[in-house]
Design a protein around this ligand. Structure first.
Ligand code: ADP
Ligand code: MG
Length: 243
């Protein structure tokens, strides 16, 4: 699904050049749930932004679903982003003055083949998939952090992407809510979705199928997750906080 080779990314700020990625080789197969790990500043977000075609590499190859990204122009990249990819961010990135439903519909506005009726139906189905069909007309500020993140996941699903890319998606959430999000992502992955999940938290990475560890712009370690944790099971065993 994803093939990256010799990938480099430099940032130029004033006279300073930052070598954020220094030659990354990485292959991700369809159906994997990969955690990109590493300390702050190791290059995780830079990597994810390139995988999401939000940024271009300075050098190297990136092939997504059989298409070589280097050969595409701006409009083609934008089209691919809207049709093939789903994004989830730490701070949810929902539009504040629109309902949950409208937020989820948003990616479909960029697809002229999808008309208003279908757009709404698909958004409702995505909200149902994350267990939030009873919050359709809520504004983001009327939702808890975990609910906002579930709306963001519904938005990432609505165009039926080939890959979901998540950057520190549980970074603002408490333990229980983090497990709820991981449980949802594990379910989507079991249904066949490929997920790339950036996190600096080793505990959270144990819910994924493979861990890839970045340090200073390099991959320093890669391993399949042994004794993978099941988030739904762990939620059952968490003590219920008193209200
Ligand atoms: P992580 O997500 O692992 O914390 P990042 O990928 O955000 O790390 O950053 C990697 C390095 O690249 C850092 O040293 C950071 O300062 C630098 N960097 C990231 N984005 C930019 C940018 N837009 N402009 C300049 N430098 C950047
Ligand atoms: Mg980051």
């Amino acid at each position: 699904m994803i093939e990256v080779s010799g990938l480099k990314k430099d940032f130029h700020v004033g006279e300073i050049t930052v070598h954020a990625l220094k030659g990354i080789n990485l292959e991700i197969k369809q159906g994997e749930f990969v955690a990109i790990m590493g300390t702050s500043g190791s290059g995780k977000s830079t990597m994810l932004n390139i995988l999401g075609c939000l940024d271009k590499p300075t050098a190297g190859q990136y092939v997504l679903d059989g298409v070589s990204m280097g050969e595409l122009g701006k409009n083609q990249l934008a089209g691919l982003r809207n049709n093939k990819l789903g994004f989830v961010f730490q701070s949810y990135n929902l539009l504040p003055r629109t309902t949950a439903l409208e937020n989820v519909e948003l990616p479909l506005f960029y697809n002229s083949k999808v008309k208003a009726k279908e757009r709404k139906e698909r958004a409702i189905a995505a909200l149902e998939a994350v267990g939030l069909s009873d919050r359709m007309y809520h504004m983001p500020n009327q939702l808890s952090g975990g609910q906002q993140q579930r709306v963001a996941i519904a938005r990432s699903l609505v165009n039926d992407p080939v890959v979901i890319l998540a950057d520190e998606a549980t970074g603002n959430l408490d333990t229980r809510t983090s497990y709820e999000i991981m449980s949802l992502l594990q379910r989507l992955n079991e249904d066949g979705k490929t997920i790339v999940f950036v996190t600096h938290e080793p505990d959270i990475a144990r819910f994924t199928t493979r861990n890839v560890v970045f340090r200073d712009g390099h991959i320093i370690r890669e391993e399949m997750v042994k004794d993978r944790l099941n988030a739904a099971e762990m939620l059952k065993n968490l003590p219920v906080e008193e209200d």
